[in-house]
Write a protein that binds this ligand. Structure first.
Ligand SMILES: NC(=O)c1ccc[n+]([C@@H]2O[C@H](COP(=O)([O-])OP(=O)(O)OC[C@H]3O[C@@H](n4cnc5c(N)ncnc54)[C@H](O)[C@@H]3O)[C@@H](O)[C@H]2O)c1
Length: 296
């Protein structure tokens, strides 16, 4: 069992939703919490709710997509609490549902900068600080079930979440020798405000074009999204599930076992493609070669 007492955890996107749920679960076990979020008002509400439950909390308003803001988060955390032990790269956004060609470049950049670059910056600025004290640590990178498969009409979101899964798999191998354990949280639908992510969209990603009203199809997709989120898993369960899986040093953290068959469907398609490659006369000469260069 991980001893959270006196450990310091930075949680991005911690002002509400899944980030706050993880913060509550860690605070309950004695961790000192740093909530980092772009939404300053919501952040104050979240910090006050944790403090009311006797947690030690620091709230930092910041944009994870801006690398210039990370050093100050790290400095403030260390000045307030000392060593950093846990990083939860949770902040994430979903763009408007749409086809490849109808998704504006600004939207691709927004989703990519927050969901993927935000995670990368977190790793680059915080991991050296965890390595420095040499007492090990934990990283939770929040991907999604969308990181386990291709989801149509959500290309940018799916691409970034797949990237978070692959990057975390690489980092897991890089960091385990430092006793820093990387986990990838892959939830399906959870009751949060993720479908309203544009509420916190930075000015620089907003379209210069006058905004067109959403089409019938987009309105229907938004209504459907609202419905599946409303029927999703209660957010309080997610934080507790993360602790359960951290205790087992699990690389993949799933919260929706009912999605197993969908993921298996993908594996079967990949396996079948390998089988076809094995039967190709063009490739027979490399069948017995050891695979090279893919292990840590
Ligand atoms: N809710 C779901 O169904 C679901 C499913 C799979 C994965 N996820 C992932 O879970 C994570 C948390 O999402 P959530 O569902 O709790 O949504 P949420 O909208 O309730 O919370 C996201 C938080 O991230 C913050 N945020 C957004 N942009 C930011 C930025 N640039 N810098 C700092 N903070 C920023 C928001 O202010 C908000 O507090 C995301 O990575 C999301 O992709 C959610």
């Amino acid at each position: 069992m991980i001893d959270f007492q006196g450990k310091t955890a930075i949680i991005t996107g911690g002002a509400e939703g899944i980030g706050l749920s993880i913060a509550q679960a860690m605070a309950k076990r004695g961790a000192r919490i740093v909530l980092a979020d772009i939404d300053g008002d919501q952040l104050q509400i979240a910090a006050a709710s944790l403090s009311n439950n006797a947690a030690q909390v620091l709230a930092v308003t910041m944009d994870v997509a801006d690398p210039q803001q990370w050093p100050s988060l790290v400095e403030k955390t260390e000045a307030h609490f000392g060593d950093i032990h846990i990083l939860v790269n949770n902040a994430g956004v979903v763009g408007r549902n749409g086809s490849i060609e109808s998704t504006e470049h600004n939207d691709w950049r927004w989703v990519t900068d927050v969901n993927m670059m935000g995670v990368l910056y977190g790793m680059q600025y915080v991991v050296p600080r965890i390595k420095k004290h040499n007492k090990g640590g934990h990283i939770i990178n929040v991907a999604s079930m969308a990181g386990m498969m291709g989801v149509p009409f959500a290309g940018a979101y799916t691409a970034t979440k797949n990237a978070v899964v692959s990057l975390s798999e690489s980092w897991y191998q890089e960091l385990k020798r430092h006793e820093i354990f990387v986990s990838i949280l892959c939830p399906a639908f959870v009751q949060t405000r993720i479908h309203l992510a544009h509420r916190n969209k930075q000015e620089r990603y907003k379209s210069a074009k006058p905004s067109t009203p959403p089409s019938e199809k987009q309105l229907a997709a938004a209504a459907h999204m609202q419905q599946v989120i409303d029927n999703g898993l209660a957010v309080e369960i997610v934080g507790e599930r993360v602790i359960e899986a951290m205790n087992e040093h699990e690389l993949y953290i799933f919260t929706h076992p009912n999605y197993r068959q969908l993921v298996q469907h993908r594996y079967r398609a990949i396996d079948a493609a390998f089988e076809r490659a094995e039967k190709s006369p063009l490739l027979a000469h490399i069948l017995d070669e050891e695979p090279a260069g893919f292990t840590g």
